[in-house]
Ligand binder design. Structure first.
Ligand SMILES: Cc1cc2nc3c(=O)[nH]c(=O)nc-3n(C[C@H](O)[C@H](O)[C@H](O)COP(=O)(O)O)c2cc1C
Length: 352
């Protein structure tokens, strides 16, 4: 089931469900930002909040890292003030106890939900029994999630793949496990762990899961444009869609999905806003590194983007970055906004 009707805004009076406010009903809209390691930090989430993403999720955070109280890890769980959309922290870890202790240390006020990563394909993570490895044994998964669910105050959600490999497509069993454990929703990146980022996300399988599920299903994988996002939402019957890589190249995407007028879109103005937000949070070096990286994503698809990218990495001050970007995007204005084609390979790796 889904409807394209606006979903009630976060913060509005919501019914209590089983003693909790219904998290899904608090989503601002059905177009959500996917978690991305090294990207969806507090600053990027704030920027995407300003761009009207429906739900925001942190990058994956090691439960163990939080237990060791590493400053770097704790920084990943920061939440900006007064978000317009629910914000979740995504944790990973083999041990339910570690997840519980880590979640209990996170503010119930700031963090709206805890999301568990069941999709990370990276060797270092699956070798320790976390990420996608947890999909290999749905009976164990149910116990693991139930234990977490009963021991934390935050609502619990999960993000998974379709299974370990084509021979181990455990998605139906894993969604059933999440349902019985009391999870609020399941987000599905429609690839197996074995696929990595190759091939195509299997939206037929996602649609099949959505038909059978009793909790909201969030579809994810390969959405490149607002039109695709709306089509996927309507055709697959999922309750919301998550968008990752396309939002890096086109941060106006969420507004486009909502049919909002995005007016005169200036990548340079957006980059300036991002730099300002970064500078409020990070030191000069971290701000420089992040703003430089983001400038190259915004430039993708415009003529001269490769040379711009090379030039960016020779900029060693924020002023130099902004000067080069101002000039590049001024020239880019004569071209239509670039599209993100299905055939293009872009960021073919990640933690989910
Ligand atoms: C650079 C990068 C980092 C990622 N990090 C995470 C992560 O920390 N947690 C997670 O669940 N998924 C992570 N993912 C997977 C995305 O959330 C998403 O499932 C995947 O990119 C497919 O969606 P897309 O085609 O819209 O990008 C990452 C993906 C990328 C490209």
């Amino acid at each position: 089931m889904n409807s394209f009707a606006p979903i009630p805004r976060a913060g509005a009076a919501q019914p209590e469900v089983n003693g909790r406010r219904d998290l899904f009903a608090r989503a601002r809209n059905p177009f959500w930002l996917a978690p991305m390691a090294g990207i969806t930090d507090v600053v990027f989430r704030r920027l995407m909040d300003e761009m009207q993403a429906g739900v925001l999720v942190s990058e994956l955070v090691s439960a163990k890292g939080l237990l060791f109280n590493s400053t770097k890890t704790r920084t990943m769980t920061e939440v900006h003030e007064n978000p317009g959309a629910p914000v979740g922290v995504q944790l990973f870890g083999e041990s339910a106890e570690d997840i519980i202790t880590a979640a209990c240390g996170l503010s119930r006020e700031a963090v709206d939900f805890i999301d568990i990563n069941l999709g990370c394909p990276v060797k270092k993570v699956v070798k320790k029994g976390s990420g996608a490895a947890l999909m290999r044994d749905p009976a164990h998964l149910e116990k693991y999630l139930t234990r977490i669910r009963r021991s934390i105050d935050h609502p619990l959600t999960v993000k998974m793949r379709t299974g370990w490999s084509d021979d181990e497509l455990t998605i139906h069993e894993c969604v059933a496990a999440a349902e019985s454990a009391g999870c609020e929703w399941v987000a599905i990146h429609g690839r197996t762990r074995a696929q990595g980022y190759e091939g195509r996300a299997d939206w037929d399988l996602i649609a099949d899961v959505a038909r059978k599920a009793h909790i909201p299903i969030i579809g994810n994988g390969d959405i490149r444009s607002a039109r695709q996002a709306r089509d996927r939402l309507l055709e697959s019957g999922v309750d919301a869609v998550m968008i990752g890589r396309a939002a890096l190249r086109n941060p106006w995407l969420f507004r486009e999905c909502l049919g909002q007028d995005t007016g005169h879109r200036s990548p340079f103005t957006l980059l300036s806003r991002y730099r300002e937000l970064l500078a409020d949070f990070y030191d000069a070096r971290n701000t420089l590194l992040r703003v430089r990286k983001y400038a190259t994503w915004l430039a993708f698809g415009y003529p001269g983007a490769a040379a711009f990218r090379r030039g960016m990495f020779e900029c060693h001050t924020q002023a130099a970055v902004m000067d080069l970007a101002r000039e590049f995007f001024r020239r880019a204005e004569q071209f239509p906004p670039p599209t993100f084609e299905d055939s293009e390979a872009f960021m073919m790796g990640g933690h989910g």
